[in-house]
Structure formats: C-alpha cells, structure tokens
Write a protein that binds this ligand. Sequence first.
Ligand code: C5P
Length: 225
Amino acid sequence: MSVTSIPVLTIDGPSASGKGTVAERVARALGFHFLDSGALYRLTALSAMKHGVSLDDETRVAELAATLPAAFREGAVWLADEDVTDAIRAEAVGEGASKVAALPAVRAALFDRQRAYRQAPGLVADGRDMGTVIFPDAAAKVFLTASAEARAERRYKQLIEKGNSASLPALVADMQARDARDTARAVAPLKPAPDALLLDTTQMDIESAVQAVLAHYALCQARNK
Ligand code: C5P
C-alpha cells in the first residue's frame, strides 16, 4: 500500500468545538490511528516553558519542536520520561500553544512528524489545518464548529467537574481571543478546506456528531470508488 492510498479523515475546527472527543471516537469506530495535532503544539509550548525559552523566540522554539521527545502511549502523553497528559491541558499551555503555532518555523518543524502518522489501515487527524495544509488529499474532511458561548460553556463544565474554579465570561473572552489569533495568523490560519463538510455542533451532542462524521466518511468513500 503506498502512503497516499492510506485513507485520511481530517477533523478541523476551533478550540472546545468537541472535535477531540469526536475524532477519537470516530478513529475507534473505524479502527484507524489517531493524530491529536494540537497536543504537538501544546508539547512544544510546554517544552519551551520548561527550558526557559521565550515563546516568541522562533528559532529556539522551532529547534525544540523538531526534536520533541514526545510519545503517545495508552491514552497518556509523554515528554521524555515525564507523563504530561494533564500538564498539557492547562489553560496557560493552551495559550502558549496558540502563540508558538503562529510561528512559521515551528509549523514547518512539525510538518513531517504529523504526516508520519499516516499509517495503514487509516488515520483520523484532528487540528486546525489538517485538511488545508497537512493532508490536502484526505479522503474526507470535516470542519466542526459551535458558537463561542456554547464552547465556553462546555469548557466551563469540564473545569468545574475537575474541581477547578472558572468564570464563564472570562472563558468566552479567552475563546474569542484564541479564535481570533488562530484565524488571523499568516500561516495555516484556521479556516475550513473548500471541500470540507461544515458541521455546527452548537445544538448537537457528541454521539450525533460522531454519527454525522461517520456518515460523511462513508459517503466520501462510496464516491471515490
Ligand atoms: O486543539 P488544541 O486546543 O489542543 O490546540 C492548541 C493550539 O494549537 C490551538 O489553539 C492552535 O493555536 C494550535 N494548533 C494549530 N494547528 C493545529 C492544531 C493546533 O495551530 N493543527
């Protein structure tokens, strides 16, 4: 099987649109590998913070990204010999990820690493530019959205469930600021691929979103035959 014949399903969208959960479940349903590309940007930001490297030092952050000792094992995320599954989900690391993701050299450093996840029998790739930049030839593409308010509410519930304190208005503002940065950046801005299915999940639960994505994938497969 040549690499380009290995099917890829891309799921892009803004933060807290539910795409991580949807992508993981879809990958499980199809028996495909799963790439959480946001985790690579989060790991890069965390690594810079740990090494005392400024998040706007493009050359040094890109060096860290190129040599990231990252591993994904049994649902856990590792940076060298440290389990950083929870650490990379901290709001500060998400903020940092969004900053380093705007640096072209960092994106270039992660390009090949992301493409290497394309392995048989197939891949579900979750991110911002999976369908536009990393896998433009994907078999099926989905762009998942939800209103900033709905996304902030989802994040709010997650934080409260974990025993953290949170402010809903502050979360809406953070969400809008991150969207603005991801959408306005010069390289690989957050935008749907022209051939992506737009799925607004504001009024949808996770299971309905999973079913809609699976149906879209089946349709694309049938069309390509
Ligand atoms: O998806 P997640 O919230 O984990 O991503 C963290 C940050 O990484 C995003 O805010 C975005 O700036 C960046 N990112 C990106 N391209 C991707 C995935 C994530 O720029 N493919």
